[in-house]
Write a protein that binds this ligand. Structure first.
Ligand code: DC
Length: 224
């Protein structure tokens, strides 16, 4: 079995869902790095920092404490996120955070701090880490690299379902617009843009149920 598994891909490709299941199956630690950028975005929002103010955001990451650990409640969460000791697991999933997180994640000072923390969390191995730049930047030596994809339409549909399951209704065309905007910000940023590592196995998930996508990813991990 590989020591580390990197799973990257665009928003809504199923990284968190599949990553958590892969980790469970292998008995590995699951680390969703998107949650860390979301926690920084929440800290910025609470302090009234403009998501385009790179200097203030770079200062901010030196003062906040972000921790991700096993679930502390049985409310459907895959992990618990603490910001300065407070549980923000659900707050970082709000539409307000969706809107600003890609801007916050563009800032190199923010990325440097997050990447350092992510590498130290992966240090002991037996970890499944999901994000945008895990296979390319954070863990370029990961033994298995998966790049999950799905069409933007499919990803908007999944997001609509996910929000509906939590009682939030949003029109699909709005979600599609946001997904396309985030894709653009994530792929066109100069620092660590979203792309598949040269040695990643690309797994398209359009039209696949969660279990089918999981089987494909597990097969790719075992085959490589
Ligand atoms: O996977 P997610 O939607 O929770 O990620 C939130 C944002 O964080 C996403 O717009 C891009 C950014 N991100 C990143 O730049 N690098 C990562 N490794 C993970 C997420």
């Amino acid at each position: 079995m590989p020591r580390t598994v990197a799973i990257d891909g665009p928003a809504g490709a199923g990284k968190s869902t599949i990553g958590a299941l892969v980790a469970e199956r292998l008995g590995y630690l699951f680390l969703d790095t998107g949650a860390m950028y979301r926690a920084v975005a929440l800290a910025a929002m609470r302090r009234g920092i403009d998501p385009d103010d790179g200097e203030k955001l770079s200062d901010l990451v030196t003062t906040v404490r972000i921790m991700i650990g096993p679930p502390t409640k049985q409310d459907g969460r895959a992990y618990t996120v603490l910001l300065d000791g407070n549980d923000v697991t659900w707050e970082i999933r709000s539409a307000d955070i969706d809107r600003i997180v890609s801007q916050v994640a563009r800032v190199s000072g923010v990325r440097d701090a997050m990447v350092e923390q992510q590498r130290s969390l992966a240090g002991t191995g037996r970890v499944v880490m999901v994000g945008r730049d895990i296979g390319t930047v954070v863990l370029p030596d990961a033994e298995r690299k998966i790049f999950l994809t799905a069409s933007a339409g499919e990803r908007a549909r999944r997001r609509e379902e996910e929000l509906a399951s939590r009682g939030e209704r949003r029109p699909r065309h709005e979600l599609l617009h946001e997904i396309l905007r985030r894709d653009q910000l994530d792929t066109e940023r100069p620092v660590s843009p979203l792309r598949a590592a040269d040695d990643a196995i690309v797994v398209p998930t359009d039209g696949l149920a969660v279990r089918e996508a999981l089987d494909k990813v597990l097969a790719a991990i075992q085959r490589a």
